[in-house]
Design a protein around this ligand. Structure first.
Ligand SMILES: CC(C)(COP(=O)(O)OP(=O)(O)OC[C@H]1O[C@@H](n2cnc3c(N)ncnc32)[C@H](O)[C@@H]1OP(=O)(O)O)[C@@H](O)C(=O)NCCC(=O)NCCS
Length: 170
């Protein structure tokens, strides 16, 4: 990669360039014997949707470092559509927080419900697996600015929680 390409990659980019949307139809293989979507399958889709936003922003490889606490608010049934929307909330140095919001759509009943929201942290790496610095993300809308501020608070909570688990005093 030449210096011009490197400089281009390092440029700040608006949140909107990372926005990704993914839709899945729930099939019997995604469900338990009561035809309800498996939580693990939904977590997999959330990871994929989050990675898309992280790739779009960082334009490099990423690994999932963590997924915050998640609730599943309503059951999702076989035949429903699951819609996942993701975007980068904030970049730190080599890591970035991505938010994923999930809805279920039932086209027969013309209903749409919020299923879950998740915050994931992805770390950018190069082809050799070395961590790389991610270009800054620029929040533009009021919602993006709120998520940007909240992401810093969540990172601090994660740090304290990690220290507590590992027995380190802050
Ligand atoms: C994630 C990983 C790259 C971090 O590597 P590391 O050498 O421990 O990282 P560092 O302590 O130098 O931290 C690097 C960045 O990751 C962040 N980070 C590390 N662990 C984290 C965690 N559990 N949650 C959130 N962020 C984390 C750090 O805050 C730091 O961010 P910054 O550069 O933006 O300040 C490494 O643990 C890894 O490769 N894990 C496996 C990832 C994987 O395979 N995921 C798929 C699921 S199994």
């Amino acid at each position: 990669m030449n210096d011009h390409d490197k400089a281009k990659l390092a440029q700040p980019r608006p949140v909107c360039e990372s926005i990704s949307e993914m839709t899945e139809i729930v099939l019997p293989n995604d469900a338990n014997p009561l035809n309800a979507l498996l939580g693990g399958r939904l977590m997999h889709w959330i990871d994929m949707a989050g990675a898309m936003a992280a790739h779009r922003h960082s334009r490099t490889y990423v690994v999932t470092a963590s997924i915050d606490h998640m609730d599943f608010l309503v059951p999702v049934r076989v035949g429903d559509f699951v819609v996942l929307r993701s975007s980068v909330n904030r970049v730190f140095r080599t890591s970035m927080e991505v938010g994923v919001k999930v809805w279920v759509e039932n086209y027969r009943a013309e209903e749409s419900h919020h299923v879950s929201s998740a915050y994931l942290t992805f770390v950018a790496i190069d082809a050799a697996g070395n961590k790389v610095t991610v270009s800054p993300v620029v929040p533009e809308t009021e919602d993006e600015k709120r998520r940007y501020e909240d992401a810093a608070r969540r990172r601090e909570i994660r740090r304290k929680e990690s220290e507590r688990r590992n027995g380190v005093r802050s």
